[in-house]
Design a protein around this ligand. Structure first.
Ligand SMILES: *[C@@H]1O[C@H](CO)[C@@H](O)[C@H](O)[C@H]1NC(C)=O
Ligand SMILES: *[C@@H]1O[C@H](CO)[C@@H](O)[C@H](O)[C@H]1NC(C)=O
Ligand SMILES: *[C@@H]1O[C@H](CO)[C@@H](O)[C@H](O)[C@H]1NC(C)=O
Ligand SMILES: *[C@@H]1O[C@H](CO)[C@@H](O)[C@H](O)[C@H]1NC(C)=O
Ligand SMILES: *[C@@H]1O[C@H](CO)[C@@H](O)[C@H](O)[C@H]1NC(C)=O
Length: 586
């Protein structure tokens, strides 16, 4: 029926998918494109852990970092040709957090948080580069994180997240004229973006505790202003488009949008939520014509957009997009290693013998399974059993014979295979049966509480029993130990009673309306980690009264609570009620 229309619609959609996107995001191994909240395309089946992202609107090219590639760290992706290239060789100890590209000079800049440096690479034809990138600025106390370029005026801007003295700084493309432009009212500036048209800087500040803010200022740091102050977000990358700022938030694993000239009361809008992977980098499709509109300083950029310089990003960094398999063969299709017999692990780096045998030597069988050769005295699949352990009783000395069986050498008063039989007194010479004082009172704990020893020949005459129990070893009441044991016992008893009472209460509570609330605590982040430690707290079943009378916890909206928003009470209660789930029997 709708054949023609449907076809046209799909065709139009397809064209739309290919050509238009508002924002691009790196998440996991994917490079994803979104248009009006809808995912339109993704690239990157062959990547593993994409982080920082930059966009070159002149050459229609994305630049991104793959943290887990073995050979290269920075790649480019041409949107028109759908080709990607590897640009920079990977260093063993690096942490690239920020990436920015200046199309006018063909310069790619990045920050290395571990090395506290800013590096660059020229993509101009014929330029010479170090395969690891060229060092631009080496810092001592500062920890560079995000970076942005202003191609019109020729500056790089970066944020320094040294918590004792955080700053935003800038320098010319050659590293000269370095200056600090923001050092007040700043806590941890995690991202930065430059709007060349409005001549504004935008950054996200991951403030102390649960707070964060979106800030802006003039390009020289003057007129700083707070666009938005909120809670529970953990902003990472931020980008600016013609009319909005977008940021990636690790707290809710989502992307948020806020109008650029937002009055303080306007709340950000959640654009995209992620369930599994955490988004990392974000860029907006901010076209050169929009970026340069009405600016006089951007001539070069305007010219460039009409007559593109040819850039060279075909450096011969081995693009090993698979894995480095230590003892195995790469399987490029699945991005995994087929390990040779005897090895496991993602990269076949772990021998199956690793930590396998408790004693002795480990060998790998032809099937690739580990086998242990136990030393004398041990047995078991992993030589975990000591043959002598607990075999000889009554202080018999254990040894292992040739057949790997235990043998006991018993002490004087015992006999039997395991020294389990006590030798009767009449078969022991009386003069030898008298224990020395040390023997008599060897109060080691491993012995029985009451110890039977032969009595003296005098006592023997008065008694029919060959043995009596002696208690002079203090095995009875111990004035320190036993009260402690008693107190502990009583405490245990009380604990049990409390537990029972609480358990019954909990059972009763189950029948009440369930309240489920998720609060994401987004702080406690070390600046060096690329991925956040985040902690989700789910509050459930905490009310035992009428919900409308007693909200049971500090009322705070989880979605968009703001410091400036001073209206707790009602809305929280509404939230609570919205979050209620009723069990079936209600
Ligand atoms: C975006 O989507 C909304 C509804 O989801 C629609 O109203 C709006 O027109 C769309 N905008 C564009 C530019 O497609
Ligand atoms: C941060 O900067 C201060 C000086 O401003 C310096 O003493 C300190 O070592 C720096 N912290 C780190 C982690 O480098
Ligand atoms: C484009 O750039 C090239 C090389 O920079 C130059 O030779 C050519 O004249 C330019 N064309 C236009 C139309 O500006
Ligand atoms: C990637 O790096 C590994 C180790 O650093 C090396 O053995 C391997 O040959 C490289 N891959 C390519 C395609 O050069
Ligand atoms: C008493 O204990 C000591 C040390 O713990 C030990 O050397 C000694 O053999 C023991 N004597 C007897 C009769 O068990």
């Amino acid at each position: 029926m709708c054949k023609m229309q449907c076809f046209l619609a799909i065709f139009a959609l397809y064209i739309g998918l290919v050509n238009s996107w508002d924002i691009a995001i790196t998440t996991g191994g994917q490079l994803e494109f979104y248009s009006n909240k809808t995912k339109t395309n993704n690239v990157g089946v062959r990547f593993r852990d994409l982080t920082a992202l930059a966009y070159d609107a002149v050459h229609n090219m994305l630049l991104f970092v793959d943290k887990q590639n073995d050979n290269a760290s920075i790649f480019s992706y041409h949107l028109a040709t759908k080709k990607y290239q590897s640009l920079v060789r990977r260093k063993s100890y690096e942490n690239i957090q920020g990436l920015a590209f200046d199309p006018v000079n063909g310069l790619l800049f990045w920050t290395d948080t571990n090395e506290r440096s800013i590096y660059y690479m020229s993509l101009m034809l014929g330029s010479k580069n170090d395969v690891y990138g060229n060092l631009l600025i080496k810092m001592d106390d500062e920890i560079p994180r995000a970076i942005a370029v202003d191609s019109c005026r020729g500056y790089i801007y970066w944020t320094n997240i040294n918590i004792t003295k955080p700053t935003i700084e800038r320098a010319k493309f050659d590293g000269t004229e370095r200056e600090t432009i923001i050092d007040k009212d700043i806590y941890m500036p995690v991202s930065i973006a430059v709007d060349q048209r409005t001549k504004q800087l935008y950054w996200a500040d991951d403030r102390e505790g649960i707070h964060y803010s979106i800030e802006s200022s003039d390009l020289d740091g003057n007129n700083p202003k707070t666009l938005y102050m909120g809670t529970y977000h953990q902003p990472n990358a931020l980008t600016v488009s013609k009319d909005a700022v977008y940021w990636v938030d690790w707290g809710y694993k989502s992307v948020w949008k806020l109008p650029k000239d937002s009055p303080k009361t306007l709340d950000p809008v959640e654009l995209i939520g992620f369930s599994n992977e955490v988004p990392f980098g974000i860029v907006a499709n901010y076209q050169i014509s929009d970026q340069t509109e009405g600016t006089t300083e951007c001539e070069e950029l305007i010219k460039l957009s009409q007559n593109k310089t040819v850039i060279n990003d075909t450096f011969n960094i081995p693009r090993d997009l698979g894995l480095f398999c230590l003892h195995g063969v790469k399987n490029n299709e699945k991005l995994s290693c087929n390990c040779s017999a005897g090895y496991t692990g993602q990269r076949c780096e772990i021998s199956v013998c690793h930590n396998y045998c408790f004693q002795g030597d480990c060998e790998v069988s032809s099937e690739g399974t580990p086998a242990c050769r136990c030393p004398s005295g041990f047995k078991g699949e992993r030589c975990e059993i000591n043959i002598c352990n607990g075999y000889c009783l009554n202080k018999g000395v254990c040894s292992v014979n040739q057949d790997q069986e235990p043998d006991c050498k018993c002490s004087k008063q015992y006999e039997g295979l395991r020294c389990e039989i006590m030798i009767p007194i009449n078969s022991v010479k009386l003069d030898r049966s008298l224990p020395t004082s040390t023997e008599k009172c060897n109060c080691t704990q491993e012995q029985n509480i009451s110890k039977t020893v032969p009595i003296s020949s005098e006592n023997l005459r008065n008694s029919e029993l060959p043995y009596v129990e002696i208690t002079d070893c203090n095995y009875g009441w111990d004035s320190i130990r036993d009260p402690v044991i008693m107190v502990l016992g009583i405490a245990c008893g009380l604990l049990c009673v409390t537990c029972t009472v609480l358990f019954t209460k909990v059972l009763k509570l189950k029948k009440r309306p369930r309240i489920k609330k998720r609060i994401i605590v987004n702080k406690n982040v070390t600046p060096l980690t690329a991925r956040p430690d985040q902690c989700e707290i789910t509050i459930e079943n905490c009310c035992n009264m009428n919900i409308c009378e007693t909200p049971c916890f500090e009322p705070r909206s989880t979605i968009r609570p703001t410091l400036l928003d001073a209206k707790p009470g009602k809305e929280e209660k509404k939230n609570l009620i919205n979050n209620m789930e009723y069990p079936e029997d209600y």
